[in-house]
Design a protein around this ligand. Structure first.
Ligand code: HMG
Ligand code: MG
Length: 308
């Protein structure tokens, strides 16, 4: 068994993490967080989403945040700052704010699609095709998501074949990468491997990413199980922030600090500096008035406090 030598992490805390916070986080804090994450060596940072502010009020400052990050002297040229766009309206707004990469998000479950974006899977794919057409004319890269790849909060277990069908459609429509979401974190290494195997039968494994929420504490095990199959791109969230507003009870993504600790222990390169990552996590957790959800972060910070 050989694991990948290098893994790319896509930091989703500023979007997937903060979208679920009840207290409104000011744009200046989001911008500072994103800049700290870039300084820590993360090469892709999902910055915000251009969705309806009636649906997700926390992302209402999307244009302000994206513009500031892109115009900042602290911007890093090698870092991408993708944003979520559910339709052409969101795409146009993202473009106006300077977006150079966007992400579209379909689901493997009909009920989740309706609850999340108010339309069927088929209708969502039509909307995304329009986004992909507009994006390709402008050479804007588009990443795709499949939510509820393992399980749906409304329909229960999801057939891996359904996830794979949607993943292939997104890939064939032009997404350069498709991120497989365990939106409610119910997956286990066995069910996550079944999902990946079904998807990898239809599109190359190096075009697949894992996006695992940690509701049941399985996300690190699920990443390891994914590495075993050759997956080498994972989404994670600083300090384990987040959840999904349309998946009640789902907690945050796997914490970036935990993933970096795992990968360092496996001698897998990430390009991320743990010290700066810990500082970024402390910054946002401190603002939110709680400890980072990351166990690795808490342990490393406690050791430091104890002077060991
Ligand atoms: P809708 O109400 O069906 O849209 O919402 P509509 O086309 O009927 O338009 C209604 C109003 O919304 C109109 O405004 C539109 O202009 C406006 P009005 O005339 O009433 O003033 N509108 C918009 N405004 C801003 N930005 C837009 C936009 N589009 C229409 N892009 C919509 C459809 C998709 C907009 C809505 O359902 C929505 O915003 N949903 C939020 C979805 C969301 O952000 N979910 C969380 C992110 S997904 C996630 O977390 C999962 C992921 O992490 C992977 C995983 O974990 O599995 C990615
Ligand atoms: Mg998510």
């Amino acid at each position: 068994m050989s694991l990948p030598q290098r893994v790319k992490l896509v930091e989703v805390g500023p979007r997937d993490g903060l979208q679920n916070e009840r207290q409104l986080v000011p744009a200046a804090i989001k911008i500072e967080l994103i800049e700290r994450l870039a300084a820590a060596g993360l090469s892709a940072i999902e910055t915000t989403s251009f969705v309806s502010s009636k649906w997700v009020p926390q992302m209402a400052d999307n244009a302000e945040v994206l513009r500031a990050v892109l115009a900042s002297p602290r911007r890093r040229s090698q870092v991408s700052y993708p944003v979520l766009t559910p339709n052409l309206k969101g795409f146009d707004a993202a473009l106006e704010a300077g977006a150079q990469e966007v992400a579209i998000f379909a689901a493997a479950s009909e009920t989740f699609s309706q609850k999340n974006i108010n339309c069927s899977i088929a209708e969502s794919l039509k909307r995304f095709a329009a986004v992909l057409d507009a994006a390709s004319a402008l050479e804007i890269r588009v990443r795709g998501y499949v939510s509820c790849g393992v399980a749906c909060p409304y329909e229960g277990a999801v057939d891996p074949a359904k996830t794979a069908r949607v993943a292939r459609q997104l890939f064939e429509m032009g997404c350069y990468e498709v991120s497989l979401g365990d939106t409610i974190g119910a997956g286990t290494p066995a069910s996550v491997q079944r999902m990946i195997e079904a998807c990898a039968a239809l599109l190359p494994i190096d075009r697949l990413a894992g996006h695992y929420h940690d509701t049941y504490g399985m996300a690190i095990a699920n990443i390891y199980a994914s590495l075993e199959l050759g997956m080498a791109v994972f989404d994670s969230s600083i300090a384990g922030l987040g959840g999904c507003p349309y998946a009640a009870g789902a907690t945050g993504n796997v914490a970036t600090e935990d993933v970096v600790y795992l990968l360092q222990g496996l001698d897998i390169e990430t390009g991320v500096d743990m010290e700066q990552l810990l500082a970024a996590g402390q910054f946002i957790a401190g603002y939110l008035g709680r400890e980072p959800a990351s166990k690795a972060a808490r342990a490393l910070l406690a050791r430091r406090g104890a002077g060991c």
